[in-house]
Design a protein around this ligand. Sequence first.
Ligand code: FE2
Length: 420
Amino acid sequence: MLSVEDNQTLTRVGAGTPMGALLRRFWFPALLASEVAEPDGKPARVRLLGEDLVAFRDTEGRVGLLDEHCPHRRASLALGLNQHSGLRCLYHGWKFGVDGRCQDAPTESAGAKFCARIRTKAYPTREAGGVIWTYMGPPELQPAFPEFQWLSMPGTHAVPFKILEDCNYAQAVEGTIDSAHAGVLHKSVPWDTPGRLTHERDLVPKLEVEYTRYGLRYGAVRKFDDDRAHVRITQVVLPFYTFIPPDGAGPRKDRRLINCFVPRDDISTWHIQWFFDETQPIDVKHRIDEGGHWLDENFRKLRNIDNWYLQDREAMKTQEYAGIRGVVTQDHAVSETQGPILDRTQEHLGTSDVAIVAWRRLLLKAARALAEKGEVPPALDATLPWPTVRADTKIYPRTRTWKEEVPLSEGVTLARAPTS
Ligand SMILES: [Fe+2]
């Protein structure tokens, strides 16, 4: 449970809010590279942190991310002509480069002199892992780019997906750091049928949190058999990443999942996922079937809150507990039906929610430290060994602990628990 004030601080992301200021200090995913695949191709509209932006790839292949609205009379530049190293507004022909400089204003007699005075908002971009990234903070404070492990892998083995989630980003993050729900919401058989998988058989995992400089990691420990325990170790990287461990068995035993929840605004979120596997290519079609996230051209799920996720009440009793196709749709259904912004004053938390509580505290503390003392979050530290920060699944003797079995990687130190 949070106070009204804490809930407000956690969830509001607009410019000038404490969380909005914190998020603007990070590089984060803006859109898929495939949305602006072609030089001089169609621009893409992108809403991020409550700001309407337009992305385009210019003649030289550079990606610009500008204020969507022309600084002249505010028509959408997404209608414009992308040609000759710039985007030309359809309305009066004003033309802008990826740096936001005005290159032409054909309706103005002063020509180049007039242009020199006009500049539109432009954010820097980077391309990595099939995604265009951006930094929306003060230019002089731009941090090092996070060199996450999967960003250096070939595109066949690390594949991004983008899905619109119709709710605030924080409840979307929380839905993925809650190991206990896996054996219930995602139960692959009806409720009355005994579970097949470890997490379906043991519904009461023991969760242990370790705070680190980049956020936290937690182990969800379950009984495997009389001699061995089973742990799933999830990494939670500030501000809004969750690294989900592999299955550890079956045909995709080494496939890992990265979730990234970029606020579109206060009430909607870009759920960016990467699946990566060092041992084999990602099967994209299989993944979409498994996730159940068939989408329209605006990345909205075809099974969404308006059609109640096409929940099949007969299937709930005879086939699969949720009656909703695919794990992503199931996750989004529970997060979206919490309301556009979850009212955390009304919750009743239990022991399975410790990782959620820990993440909230960390993020609130980071936002306040920045707002009140100008303190930069440790997750921005350029020396963090990102390629070694990984989620893991392990079966190990019960005489040992999971922390002994999977120690923190070198260069990552423990951090103190935030006090609330
Ligand atoms: Fe889930």
